[in-house]
Design a protein around this ligand. Structure first.
Ligand code: NAI
Ligand code: MG
Length: 511
């Protein structure tokens, strides 16, 4: 399609010094796991990267005991400013090792190096810097006087932003004075293990951070462990539901960050060039493996044809292939399972009568790939309009009036994010006010900032990560207890929605 051929521009992997096999990180050292080890592979080549230990229930127990001991003997005894110093140290080490972390993330996850280098890793450092600053200011977080840590936090994260999700979980937990046991996703353990090395380098007291690798069973053992005070989960709604059941009645505090099916609403008065870039960034960033992805395009009927035509032209210029190549826009799908799921839902979309269009690109022979795809004329009841596909697939729907746009946008079991494109500030505010989503972007999409709270409604989960609101999940205060008891009241819902809304101005992430 393109008139210019790009020369390959691969990022060198020589900066990475990986071990052949990795143990569990418990009480400050790497130890053997007692489950069956598994391989981490590159989703772009299916090549073996390293062998990863699997934590048995007994290993999880050892890790929780280490976290408990560290909580009681060292971490809870430190002043906030001393905790902050450790977090600042971790943040600086992340910056120093940024290139290595970006290469490892891209190798293990399949995301383009330009994203891991320019988005993931800088945000990881930003998250630690931000929460380092809170460690000695917890009294001023607006959560009431003398907030106290909860104790041991069990944290389970997914594979789409492995290191970034680790930062979202670990930084606020430690700043608030908790110790943690974190389980990365089974397809993307590598950067969590490099992070364990950084924890050693920062000379964090032993047991404050523990990393247990393994699959769902390891996660389930961690969630059910009786000595855990807090469970934080990001992943599928199905597993989120299981976790909510498992902890019900135990007194463990829970936050769940689940899926989404965000509406990206484009009005006919929108700046179209920016909107096209924003739609692309909204759903094709990170191969669409994004919980807040703008997977449903709601476009005003009179500009529908123009927008879809221009989108196709733009998508034909995206480069799919080697994630380590600096020119790559679309990397590999993270796993065969995820690829199968994307294929299945896309086939269902076609069978349901939507019009399928696939960007012209050459699919590499090995690895897991899915070309950018648009489904036009999707009906609101179609499964591809309702279910999270979690891949590079956009469903296009139309609307005539703002009221219709709002009704269609809210017609979803989820409520994580939304986007609005319009030249009129007053229209943006009026529409944003009626959307039931935790994060709303205006004339931009997929912008993240550690100071800005993030989280959902309905099946997208509960609790907020980021900002001072994100500290509440790791502290006990009178205010937190009150807000938990009125969580379902309409007043508190509306107030929280107003508080957590992000109205970012400016252009979409240049991609
Ligand atoms: P998943 O929810 O099974 O995995 C997420 C994490 O939970 C992983 O670390 C996994 O090992 C762990 N886990 C699995 N079962 C568990 C259990 N019973 N108890 C405790 N931990 C458990 O997600 P999966 O299977 O990788 O993806 C399926 C779908 O979920 C995707 O297609 C996507 O739609 C959605 N998803 C959403 C994410 C988000 O960021 N909201 C992230 C990942 C997946
Ligand atoms: Mg699963």
């Amino acid at each position: 399609m393109s008139f210019l051929d790009y020369a390959p521009a691969p990022e060198s992997t020589s900066i990475l010094h990986l071990k052949d096999s990795y143990g569990l990180f418990i009480d400050g050292t790497f130890v053997a796991g007692h489950g069956t080890p598994f391989a981490s592979i590159s989703p772009a080549t299916e090549q073996h990267i390293a062998e990863i230990a699997s934590a048995s229930a007994a290993d999880v127990d050892t890790a929780v005991a280490a976290a408990r001991k560290a909580y009681e003997k060292t971490w809870s005894k430190l002043s906030g400013s001393d905790r902050g110093k450790y977090l600042f140290r971790i943040a600086r080490l992340i910056q120093e090792r940024a290139r290595e972390l970006a290469v490892a993330e891209t190798l293990d996850n399949g995301k383009p190096i330009k994203e891991s280098r320019d988005v993931d890793v800088p945000l990881v450092a930003a998250w630690f810097f931000y929460y380092a600053g809170w460690a000695d200011k917890l009294d001023h977080a607006g959560l009431g006087a003398n907030p106290r840590a909860l104790g041991v936090a069990a944290q389970i994260i997914p594979w789409n932003f492995p290191l970034l999700m680790l930062a979202w979980k670990i930084a606020p937990a430690l700043a608030a004075g908790n110790t943690v046991v974190l389980k990365p996703a089974e397809t993307t353990s590598l950067t969590a293990l490099l992070f364990a090395e950084i924890v050693q380098q920062a000379e964090l007291p032993d047991g404050v951070v523990n990393i247990v690798t393994g699959a769902g069973e390891t996660g389930a053992a961690l969630v059910r462990h009786p000595d855990v005070n807090k469970v934080a989960f990001t992943g599928s709604t199905a597993v989120g539901r299981e976790i909510a059941k498992a902890v019900a009645g135990t007194g463990k505090k829970v936050t769940l960050e689940l899926g989404g099916k965000a509406a990206n609403i484009v009005f006919d008065d929108a700046p179209i060039d920016q909107a096209i870039e924003g739609i692309v960034n909204g759903i094709f960033f990170n191969q669409g493996h994004v919980c807040c992805a703008g997977s449903r395009l709601l476009v005003q009927e009179n500009i529908h044809e123009e927008v879809v035509d221009r989108l196709k032209t733009r998508l034909a210029t995206l480069r799919l292939g080697d994630p380590l190549d600096k020119n790559t826009d679309i990397g590999a799908i993270n796993s065969r399972e995820q690829l199968d799921r994307i294929r299945e839902l896309s086939d269902i979309g076609e069978a349901e009568g939507a019009e399928r269009w696939t960007a012209p690109c050459v699919i590499p022979e090995n690895g897991f790939w899915f070309a950018p795809t648009i489904f036009d004329n999707v009906s609101t009841s179609s499964r591809i309009a309702r279910e999270e596909i979690f891949g590079p697939v956009l469903s296009v729907l139309t609307f005539r009036t703002p009221a219709e746009a709002i009704a269609k946008a809210n017609n979803t079991p989820y409520g994580l994010s939304a986007g609005i494109w319009s030249d009129k500030g007053s229209k943006i505010l009026a529409v944003a006010d009626k959307l039931r989503a935790g994060v709303i972007w205006a004339n931009t999409f997929n912008r993240f900032d550690p100071a800005s709270p993030f989280g959902g409604y309905k099946e997208s989960g509960y609790g907020r990560e980021g900002g001072r609101q994100g500290l509440a999940a790791y502290l006990t205060t009178a205010a937190a207890a009150e807000s938990a008891s009125v969580r379902t009241s309409g007043y508190s819902r509306a107030r929280k929605q107003a508080e957590t809304r992000t109205l970012a101005a400016g252009e979409g992430e240049g991609k």
